[in-house]
Ligand binder design. Structure first.
Ligand code: NZQ
Ligand code: ZN
Length: 383
């Protein structure tokens, strides 16, 4: 096992009625900026429930944070928050609203150009405290230190990470996800699945507990994910999906093990150029990446095939079938696994490696040996 330090300070409130408990977690004299997206939280009553939980606080709103939140939109929130003297942020939404709110939190006290937090990885020394009401299980952003922000003008989509933006509290009420369109539920299952894969399917590192935790989440997603689509009114499977997504990227399963993240970095560039949903980019890249990287990942691919997909037989056929079953799982959720099936142009095979190179991302993967040529090979196999 590799050496590690692990801390996750986010307090999770889970279950029906957990939003009402937020009042105890947010200072009574806070001026709270409630941030949200394109209106789903307003339409389905989540926003009203949130505000009812915060009696006595001064509350402002900032809506319109778009999927793949942009610097341009978020800077308007930063201006509003600075002007109003906001001292607590409460994100109500999915990964985009939460990530956007993390950026707002870091940008408000930042001296200088906040885009540097992304483009130059400028150090964040202070951030406004934030909380989360999660409405879309997928990213794990509700209890991690990451955020991914886009800049529309330049088609950049870049990540930053700092412990300063860990949410203080996150309310996870599965009932608040029941209004999700099928497409978003499917995206979330794929995203959570791939987060686990990025931290598990690398090379053996004498970390059997992390392996079993990862396999437990993968098996649960395979079992419960389809149930959430088959019966969109059932809160039980939604609750399992929510907890899988949170544990998939809250630092626990990744502590002490090598991590890959090439699928994500390639996927972010695809979204930046085409606007395709985050989860959908991963479903296209991952099966092709596993195929190209089958020797580098050989031992873990066999383990994954046997323990997660229940396969047996000779090693090469287990690997072939493990990749095929993963692809079929994504397809069964209604998520395309080919660039062509998603309606994307083949010139991405050349454009994505160029964009990664421009962003200095030329040594990807758990052994930092995936360069632009290998990325092109992966995308060719995803055509
Ligand atoms: O904007 P509204 O109207 O709320 O609609 C949203 C949005 O259109 C809708 N939605 C959310 N909750 C709903 C709902 N509609 C009905 N009922 C509800 N309960 O869903 C749409 C998509 O929302 P979005 O937040 O964009 O989805 P997701 O949670 O998948 O987040 C994706 C973003 O997170 C980043 C991605 O790159 C992408 O920008 N990621 C963040 C990570 C992190 N912070 O750790 C890791 C991930 O790998 C990922 O990169
Ligand atoms: Zn993701």
């Amino acid at each position: 096992m590799l050496d590690f330090a692990y801390v996750n300070p986010t307090k999770i409130l889970f279950g029906a009625g957990c939003i009402a408990k937020l009042g105890k977690e947010i200072p009574a004299d806070a001026h709270v900026l409630v941030t949200y997206g394109g209106g789903s939280a307003e339409r389905n009553g989540t926003l009203a429930e949130v505000e009812a939980a915060l009696p006595g606080r001064r509350i402002s709103r900032f809506g319109g944070i778009e999927p793949n939140p942009t610097y341009e939109t978020l800077m308007r929130a930063v201006e509003q928050a600075r002007r109003d003297g906001v001292d607590f942020l409460l994100a109500v939404g999915g990964g985009s609203v939460i990530d956007g709110t993390k950026f707002i939190a870091a940008a408000i006290p930042f001296e200088g150009e906040p885009w540097d937090i992304l483009a130059r990885q400028a150090r964040v020394t202070r951030a406004v405290p934030l909380g989360v009401v999660l409405t879309l299980p997928a990213t794990g952003s509700e209890s991690n230190a990451f955020a991914v922000i886009s800049r529309a003008a330049t088609q950049d989509k870049l990540a930053f990470s700092t412990p300063k933006v860990f949410p203080r509290v996150a309310a996870l009420d599965p009932a608040r996800t029941l209004s999700l369109p099928e497409r978003q539920v499917a995206n979330g299952i794929v995203d959570a699945f791939v987060h686990v894969i990025e931290q598990y399917l690398t090379y053996p590192a004498e970390a059997p507990l992390q392996d079993r935790l990862a396999e437990g989440i993968l098996l649960t997603l395979i079992e419960e994910g389809p149930k959430t689509l088959a019966d969109p009114t059932a809160p039980g499977p939604r609750g399992s999906l929510m907890w899988c997504a949170t544990l998939g990227l809250n630092g626990l399963i990744g502590a002490g093990v090598p991590q890959d993240w090439a699928t994500h970095l390639i996927g972010h560039e695809i979204t930046a150029l085409t606007g395709l949903d985050h989860g959908r980019t991963l479903a296209i890249v991952l099966p092709a990446l596993l195929d190209v990287r089958r020797e580098a990942k050989r031992a873990k691919l066999i383990q994954f095939g046997k323990r997660v997909w229940g396969l047996s037989g000779d090693d090469d056929s287990v690997i072939d079938q493990a990749i095929a079953r993963t692809r079929a799982f994504f397809e069964s959720l209604g998520v395309a696994t080919r660039l062509s099936a998603a309606g994307l142009a083949p010139d991405l095979v050349e454009r994505i490696p160029e964009r990664l190179t421009a962003h200095g991302l030329t040594a990807l993967g758990e052994r930092q040996d995936i360069g632009p040529d290998t990325v092109a090979e992966i995308l060719r196999r995803a055509l």
